[in-house]
Design a protein around this ligand. Structure first.
Ligand SMILES: [Fe+2]
Length: 358
């Protein structure tokens, strides 16, 4: 359906993506399906009975993610959403209010704090935190959805890195507010459908300092939160902005937000390019380890982000192809793959690389 987007947010593991026409009542929906107006059409956990399939078809949904009925991967068999649809929607609404009301961010801080506590509570409830996520948002909602997702990713990465609960809380708030300075950038620049001129890019760069200043002057938030707004575009090799500082001069929490920011931007449709598949985004993040991104954060991403669905058809760098059979929880980007030549466990076949998802 033209102009009507869905986002399907899923976490983890034994999930298969199937065409809606192949859905059967024994399959359980693995993630909430939400329409472009932020309304939940069908919640995760719903069996795909005929009437549900008909409803989804009517709304233009062509594929669904379902829990594999008999997962060979028992360790990863529980499949809750990363965060609940209700929490995500309330976060987006709070962010919309906070961004649109130029009267001051301070009034919205209690709501944002509550959101992050909820995210931490929900993510802490997952015994084995793995992120398996696909997200197609309405482009006009990009900024709010992006800030929410950066907050959630940052919390997940912080947990994988073993940060303290206090640091994770500060990190989550910093993720939510990292782009607050974009309030000060004209919309025609922010939403420009094409490459920015050098002048426009200079304007965009200022959102870092704007955000820092607003948070420092208008609120009494922990100074690390303002630092995340200021430094999330700095890079370890000193080629970021606004100051071009590198290495240890970048606050570690800002380094986490930097990776969450880029990862979410890569896997989301933008006005100037379509989304990049998760496995490709992971490859880009890994290619930048140590120069573009803090290697410790990249390690955390590799530990918890699952780039393939079970059943995905993949191609190797040696030309052979197969289907993902099982996710290895210790290294989710190196799954077990069924091929014509036999079963290949990428955990042990270290020289073999997946180069494409067909
Ligand atoms: Fe930014």
């Amino acid at each position: 359906m033209a102009g009507f987007y869905y986002f399907v947010r899923t976490e983890v593991t034994a999930i298969k993506q199937v065409p809606l026409v192949q859905a059967t009542s024994s399959m359980i929906l693995a993630a909430d399906i939400i329409n472009g107006h932020n309304q939940v059409l069908v919640t995760a956990g719903t069996p795909l009975r005929k009437e549900i399939v008909a409803l989804l078809g009517k709304h233009g949904v062509s594929t669904v993610r379902v829990t594999a009925p008999e997962s060979p991967n028992k360790e990863l068999s529980a499949v809750p959403n990363l965060i609940s649809a209700a929490t995500r929607l309330s976060m987006i609404q709070t962010m919309q209010h906070a961004f649109r009301n130029r009267g001051g961010i301070a009034a919205y801080l209690p709501g944002l704090r509550e959101c992050i506590h909820k995210v931490i509570e929900e993510l802490s409830g997952h015994g084995n935190l793995l992120i398996y996520l696909s997200d197609i948002r309405q482009k006009s909602d990009y900024l709010y959805g992006h800030c929410v997702d950066v907050g959630v990713f940052a919390v997940a990465f912080g947990m994988a890195m073993g940060l303290s609960r206090d640091e994770i809380y500060i990190l989550g708030l910093g993720g939510l507010l990292h782009d607050y300075g974009k309030n000060c950038i004209p919309n025609e620049v922010l939403e420009k459908n094409g490459p920015l001129t050098p002048d426009e890019f200079e304007q965009v760069k200022k959102h870092t300092a704007f955000g820092y200043n607003v948070l420092r002057m208008e609120t009494e938030v922990d100074c690390r939160i303002a630092l995340m707004a200021l430094q999330h575009h700095e890079r370890p090799d000193g080629r970021g902005y606004p100051w071009g500082i590198g290495g240890d001069k970048i606050h570690p929490l800002a380094s986490i937000v930097a990776v969450a920011d880029v990862y979410d931007a890569l896997i989301t449709d933008r006005v100037y390019r379509p989304r990049i598949p998760a496995h490709e985004a992971i490859r880009i993040i890994n290619a930048g380890a140590g120069t573009q991104f803090d290697s410790r954060v990249v390690d955390a991403v590799n530990k918890i982000v699952v780039p393939y669905y079970i059943g995905s058809a993949v191609r190797f760098d040696n030309g052979s192809a197969g289907a993902v059979l099982r996710i290895n929880s210790q290294e989710p980007a190196r799954p077990v793959v069924w091929t014509r030549e036999g079963i290949v466990n990428l955990l042990h076949e270290r020289t073999l690389q997946i180069v494409a998802v067909v």
